[in-house]
Design a protein around this ligand. Structure first.
Ligand code: ATP
Ligand code: MG
Length: 268
């Protein structure tokens, strides 16, 4: 559905241009239209958004409201028809594919719905993929990687191939890979979708801790209002724009959020 893979072969070319630093992600006038004429779908329609470094934002909204399209645009996995996305001092529009790939590899982590695991590689090799693709060896942190592997219950599975794992296990491998190199921004599309209740809660706790304690900027698309209620901020999308922007307080309940989504157009 969305064109560029997360780790194309061109990623092997190294880049020292993008140092890790606290990221603030900004979108201005962002638009993405699919098709033309009467059948045109304005998936993202003139959207403005500022995400502070170290914030944990949930994006919710009816099916078809543009959540995944927005996430792909913010992550530089798809190009907008109009408007801009900035990550720190980098304007994604002005980067060519190689520079964009290097930026993703160096400063972003992804947990996409298809997990993007390579079937021929073991779990351990998949986790280390950004390093195989040229990420600076100095960014390796074996203790942090092993901590993540243990925290997500993958210690006994490192030699398996993705095809030998359950959906939830594959999702957790994708999470470890997304976090192991300490990215500035993590993009997660339904990261708890395949997890049981306990594993889902552990993952959400981990993401909250990363944002609060390590300043990682987290953007999580979800249909799960209980997961969204754990974020600092909830963006409700409707028809490709921000319908509501909610600062989550301790008193915001999943039921409150569900009512807001229904008011924004329900789950179509
Ligand atoms: N490649 C594409 N070609 C044509 N239309 C597309 C494409 N990708 C998305 N769309 C359309 O854009 C709109 C937004 O899609 P998107 O996938 O962003 O929705 P979503 O909010 O993530 O929905 P869901 O909750 O069902 O995952 C939808 O109407 C969808 O059909
Ligand atoms: Mg989606």
């Amino acid at each position: 559905m969305h064109p560029s893979p997360v780790f194309p072969a061109s990623a092997v070319r190294g880049s020292a241009a993008h140092q890790t630093r606290p990221a603030a992600l900004t979108a201005r006038g962002l638009t993405r239209t699919f098709g033309r004429g009467d059948s045109a779908v304005h998936a993202v329609a003139g959207l403005d958004l500022d995400l502070a470094a170290g914030s944990f934002t949930a994006v919710i909204g009816p099916s078809g409201s543009g959540k995944s399209t927005l996430l792909h645009l913010l992550a530089g996995l798809d190009r907008p028809d109009g408007g801009s996305v900035r990550l720190g001092d980098a304007d994604l529009n002005t980067l060519d594919e190689d520079a964009l790939t290097a930026l993703r590899r160096d400063r972003m982590g992804f947990v996409l719905q298809d997990f993007s695991l390579l079937p021929a590689l073991s779990v351990a090799e998949n986790i280390d993929l950004p390093f195989s693709l040229g990420l600076e060896p100095a960014r390796r942190d074996a203790r942090w990687r092993d901590h993540l592997i243990g925290a997500l219950g993958l210690s006994g599975l490192l030699d398996r191939r993705p095809g030998q794992l359950s959906g939830g296990q594959q999702q957790r491998v994708a999470v470890v890979r997304a976090l192991a190199h300490r990215p500035a921004v993590v993009f997660a599309d339904e990261p708890t979708g395949n997890l049981d209740l306990g594993a889902g809660r552990r993952l959400l706790g981990l993401l909250r801790g990363l944002a609060a304690e390590q300043g990682v900027t987290i953007v999580m698309v979800t249909h799960d209002v209980a997961a969204a209620a754990l974020a600092d901020r909830v963006i409700v999308l409707a028809d490709g724009t921000v319908a509501r922007d909610i600062a989550v307080a301790g008193t915001t309940t999943p039921e409150d959020l569900a009512a807001i989504v229904v008011a924004a157009g329900g789950d179509r």
